[in-house]
Design a protein around this ligand. Structure first.
Ligand code: ZN
Length: 381
């Protein structure tokens, strides 16, 4: 048995000051106010020193650790992320990887897990391959612009069958419905996400019965219809905002470049506490900063003068969300742990609750990670 003492426990929607949390066999055994929890004799003590104690972060969409792609060195990336409090991660593959590169990446992830490494790797996030080639960074490297054919994707779906948790699509691509039906048949629990798209609300909503429940990096790499020259059109952003059943991923960088702080506040108001999911979307690009953004430490740039994902880890995204919106520590645990766990149907994750997996982090008031506990074991003690 282990006990975390002197903790401000962050529950789903409130705090327990001066709290205690007990862990046994990798699970949360009990928790509550210190006066109500008896700490057994001989219990190993972890002193939170008055800091916040909440569920480990779940990053459903990131390509690496800001320096290295996940598929190039999964073990390194997994460790870096753990030190930032990310106890669950879905590394993201993307449209500039060809079929062989997709298969190789999935093989590497499986091999690392078989070696007992990458303990925080939960599965994989498929950011492609069938997105709208007009949107996103490094567009010229997109190798999936041609017709959607089963002979091209069947092997990837087969390889990803027990790994893929989220599959991104551009609903306007010709043949996408057959692709979605195929993936749904092979991987029934898959979550589809609208990504890199200028689909109409009708095209997006038509995929909701198959499990489209997510908007990838909401308000980034999406189009707006141009057939209303002086009136705002409706497209992906509006559809994600409108539908309560669709979660919105947000990249919260320190400068509010991916999403303007005012827009973040607007989305927070529209989507509410339950449908925001913070992501890092860390990418590896070595283009020069856009003039004026030289000091943006958590943003990446491609060679075409575009932003290209981030250099974020999810702990920093949580801090940025607090700064841009006034969200509390309790709120951001919800956006970066509880909500992604609910999206992925992981009831034992994302919340301090008896019987849940003891993935726990200790953070200060500005979300600096002091300690990461994975299945009851301290990772960076
Ligand atoms: Zn993207």
């Amino acid at each position: 048995m282990k006990a975390i003492i002197n903790a401000v426990l962050c529950l789903k929607d409130h705090y327990v000051p001066n709290g205690v949390l007990l862990m046994e066999n990798g699970k949360i055994a009990d928790f509550g106010a210190a006066k109500d929890i008896k700490i057994p004799d001989g219990c190993e003590i972890i002193d939170a020193e008055g800091n916040f104690v909440g569920p480990g972060l779940i990053d459903i969409h990131t390509h690496g650790d800001g320096e290295t792609y996940f598929h190039e060195d999964p073990i390194k990336c997994s460790r870096t992320l753990l030190s930032h409090g990310v106890t669950s991660v879905l590394p993201a593959l993307f449209y500039s990887m060809n079929k062989e590169e997709h298969l190789e990446a999935i093989r590497k992830f499986k091999a690392a897990k078989e070696m007992g490494e990458c303990k925080n790797l939960l599965g994989v996030y498929m950011e492609g391959p069938y997105l709208n080639p007009d949107f996103g960074c490094d567009k010229e490297k997109n190798v999936w612009k041609d017709a959607i054919l089963e002979k091209d994707y069947a092997e990837i779906v087969e390889a990803a069958r027990d790994m893929a948790k989220v599959w991104c699509v551009a609903p306007e691509r010709e043949g996408i419905v057959d692709f979605v039906k195929y993936v749904k048949r092979e991987i029934p629990e898959i979550v589809f996400s609208v990504a890199h798209s200028e689909a109409t609300p009708e095209q997006i909503e038509a995929l909701m019965p198959y499990g489209l429940r997510l908007g990838t990096h909401h308000t980034n790499a999406t189009g707006t219809l141009e057939n209303y020259p002086e009136v705002r059109g409706v497209c992906v952003d509006e559809t994600v905002n409108f539908n309560d059943g669709i979660y919105a991923e947000l990249i919260c960088d320190s400068k509010g470049v991916h999403v303007h702080p005012y827009m973040i506040r607007l989305i927070k108001k529209i989507k509410g506490q339950d449908k925001i999911i913070l992501i890092a979307d860390a990418f590896v690009a070595d283009g020069p900063p856009i003039p004026g953004l030289e000091d943006a430490f958590d943003i990446n740039f491609d060679h075409g003068g575009d932003i290209a994902g981030s250099k974020l880890t999810l702990d920093i995204a949580c801090r940025n969300m607090m700064v841009h919106t006034g969200a509390s520590v309790c709120d951001v645990f919800r956006y970066a742990s509880k909500n992604p766990a609910t999206l992925l149907n992981l009831p034992e994750y994302g919340e301090i609750k008896k019987g849940n997996i003891a993935n726990i982090i200790i953070v200060d008031q500005w979300f600096n990670v002091k300690n990461t506990i994975l299945k009851g074991e301290e990772e960076n003690a």
